[in-house]
Design a protein. Sequence first.
Length: 353
Amino acid sequence: MPRASGPGKSDRHAVGRDGADQSPIFDRRLMEREMAVVSRLLSEREFETDEEANAFLQSLYANGPLDVPPPETPLQEAQELVYQALQAAGARRVALAKRALTVSPDCADAYVLLAESQSDVRKARDYYQQGVDAGARALGARYFEEAAGDFWGLVETRPYMRAKQGLAMTLWSLGEREAAISHASDLLRLNPGDNQGIRYVLTPWLLSMGDLKALAALLASYPDEISANWAYTRVLLTFRESGAGRKAEQALKKALDINPHVPLYLLGLTPPPQRMPDYYGFGDENEALFYVVEAAHSWMESPESLDWLAQTTLRILLNERAKRATAARFSPKSKAKPKAAKRVWTPPAPKSR
């Protein structure tokens, strides 16, 4: 799956060797353009059954790609400029974002693009904050009451969600940790499905703040989670709560089953690659690498946890190896007597004269 990232981090544009902007890499946010059109067309009609709605959707694509109708509001016009900006790079990208704001100051995505163009974290934070405010104005207070829990699934909420995620990230980097956690927690309230991967960022934040109660509640909110992040966060939480005992060791055993590569990176036994991968799969080395990048500081804050991790991992692996060797030694196959080789008739060699 794609790596979890903040707004814009996974959709960079290429830069040449001389520093000049090259053609931009495809930005996934462009896929929302058509989704927004479909959402608008559906909202203009009333359907009595799901079958009617599905039939209407099929008719939209009956003659090929969907035609994008002209914008009907200043916000829609501004968002169209944002889609153009996403296909541009450098100064033109920034200029289109600023132009979008002259059309509609409620265009949250335009502020997100301006924030992404900043190398100054404080200026980026200010743009993200303006984006959050703009998104809130565009949606309206009633929307937050009625659609809470369904955000992100509703395409019109995504600019607000992106701005809020960017704000949380920049606040954390600036040391405004409680505010960052508040925004991240609110994103999960608005979208428990967590399409943005906020929970993977929030777990090390809560560990750093020592808020073990909130962390335990967050882990319990996703009981079917099978990621390395969840498994090893649970290990560290259990170690901090209960110490080096049976509970922590059992948690580590489960974590090793989910991803055995994490301790190798955490303990420095496997060197990280020069370039971070773009994708990872559950249980592979890339997933372990992403977890360690996000959470290594949480382990380093308590050095005794790393000592315990090294000793306990080694003991678990040696015990498992001994069990496999014992099982192989006393398995029915090992006890069975070797079968006598079948005698195969071969013609006698010719006698020499």
